[in-house]
Unconditional design. Structure first.
Length: 194
């Protein structure tokens, strides 16, 4: 497609990069530098949407004519927001909380242009963990995989073996609901290659 605007992904997430590449999108990368801080009592969906909007608009103000995609993933279990673990003990606490339970993964995305958010949405997936032993949790933490992931696990890695079932899009749990994002990007002039 000729003269299509440039797409910029406002994220350093290797999983989001992989999902967009596999979807056939050409894009550039620019991290937002936005600090992820939850407001007191802010629900998961609102937190994810606020962060996605902030990331997209921060990068859009620096990437004038580009279409900018920002995203944020939040894990919520029993009313508690599980962010990226701060250390091995925090990862252990989160994984014990998720063990044998259902939790919700919310991924919000926002599209911005000329410093202004023009579309935003959030998608939820329900994830069911099987029961985990203390030994399994310790072995998993030792791999280092939990530390850059909300909820201390990655569905696309070793942590995927903890999951009994997912209701909703699996790619949403990885960090981007690809079908929803592609539909939104098409509305703003961004199309896949080919």
């Amino acid at each position: 497609m000729q003269n299509q605007p440039i797409l910029v992904l406002a994220s350093g997430s290797p999983r989001r990069r992989q999902l967009l590449t596999e979807a056939g999108l050409a894009f550039e990368l620019m991290e937002s530098g936005v600090e992820e801080l939850r407001a007191a009592q802010e629900p998961a969906r609102e937190y994810a949407l606020r962060m996605a909007r902030a990331k997209a608009s921060a990068v859009s103000s620096r990437a004038a004519t580009a279409v900018v995609l920002g995203a944020d993933t939040v894990v919520e279990c029993g009313g508690e927001i599980l962010e990226k673990p701060s250390d091995p003990n925090d990862a252990r606490r989160m994984l014990k909380r998720l063990s044998g339970r259902r939790h919700t993964v919310v991924t919000a995305f926002a599209i911005a242009r000329d410093g202004r958010v023009i579309e935003a949405d959030a998608v939820e997936s329900a994830v069911f963990f099987r029961a985990l032993s203390d030994e399994e949790i310790s072995r998993y933490i030792a791999t280092g995989e939990p530390f850059d992931k909300a909820g201390a696990y990655g569905i696309q890695g070793i942590g995927g073996g903890f999951i009994a079932r997912v209701d909703g899009p699996r790619d949403n749990v990885m960090g981007l609901p690809v079908r929803n994002v592609l539909d939104a990007l098409r509305r703003h002039g961004i199309h896949t290659r080919g």
